[in-house]
Design a protein around this ligand. Sequence first.
Ligand SMILES: NC(=O)C1=CN([C@@H]2O[C@H](COP(=O)(O)OP(=O)(O)OC[C@H]3O[C@@H](n4cnc5c(N)ncnc54)[C@H](OP(=O)(O)O)[C@@H]3O)[C@@H](O)[C@H]2O)C=CC1
Ligand SMILES: CC(=O)N[C@@H](CCC(=O)OP(=O)(O)O)C(=O)O
Length: 310
Amino acid sequence: MKPKIFIDGEHGTTGLQIRTLLAGRRDLEIISVPTERRKEKGARAEYLNAADIAILCLPDDAARESVSLIANDTTRVIDASTAHRVAEGWEYGFAEMDKDQPARIAAARRVANPGCWPQGPIATLRPLIDAGLLPADFPITINGITGYSGGGRTMIEDYEAKGESACEFFPYGLSLQHKHIPEIKAYSRLSRDPILQPAIGNFAQGMITIVPLQLGTQDYIPSGAELHAAIADHFAAIPGGVVEVAPYEQVERVPDIDPERYNGTNRMKLHVFGNDDRAQALLIAVYDNLGKGASGAAVQNLDLMIGKSL
Ligand SMILES: NC(=O)C1=CN([C@@H]2O[C@H](COP(=O)(O)OP(=O)(O)OC[C@H]3O[C@@H](n4cnc5c(N)ncnc54)[C@H](OP(=O)(O)O)[C@@H]3O)[C@@H](O)[C@H]2O)C=CC1
Ligand SMILES: CC(=O)N[C@@H](CCC(=O)OP(=O)(O)O)C(=O)O
């Protein structure tokens, strides 16, 4: 029997992309609620309970409601929203975060897909904190830029209506309360809230996250090469090759660091730059906010949950 997959919110940005990624899959049965009934609670409950795996591509409140509509203990859930990422009983769906994370996702009944902003910072910070090269209370600031599809259908329509007159670099998160801070803190293993200061560019998809590090105040000041080695060692032990670590180099510019470089893929590339004389370093991640940042990660988690390996 093929596993039945229901995408709640399949007409939204993330839902549509997951639908497209699953289009040719003969090992799955996709079940879809009729379009005109897609927001009816009763219809959603019916499909949620008929599914082996439900993928929620909904705003947070609707995602919470979907979970509450599941009245059996067989439907497993992948939630793309922010609602359950640090919630008890949910596994975090960033497979490359730890050696045993794929097995944890594979066995989970509830998987919270990571937010787009958290994945790059977690990918670089967690190995450094685990290796003892950064203390858990290190003051972290995260900058970056994302395509406007990160804001979902409404933001896409808004940017497309403005066209070339839309702002090229629009900083936001100015209240310093971005919804991704709890998961970045929890899964990077930081003890202090990081600052997340994102920006939106006038391009549809793709993103870059940047974590600048002032290392000079530490008792032990790691070199750039040491930081790189810890991150490279972490990912060398993870199969699948989804996350790639660029060689350590001291250069002024790297053409790969282009937010749109990995669009349409599930790839993430990590870069470490350092200036040891200045005791400073930069941790950079490049990926597709709709790929590894959303639909690609959801499909990766789905595959793990149906028994495939990374
Ligand atoms: N875009 C991105 O880069 C990322 C998004 N996410 C998360 O994924 C989730 C979906 O985001 P995204 O696809 O971008 O958002 P969209 O706004 O593009 O899509 C949301 C979808 O949910 C539908 N919907 C809203 N309320 C209900 C409801 N009560 N019942 C059923 N359907 C409903 C909407 O329908 P309608 O349009 O008709 O209102 C729409 O189709 C969000 O939680 C988002 O935070 C996660 C990572 C990255
Ligand atoms: C450009 C933009 O607005 N991006 C969204 C994040 C998109 C994302 O990762 O979403 P979820 O956490 O909702 O899943 C934001 O920063 O709030």
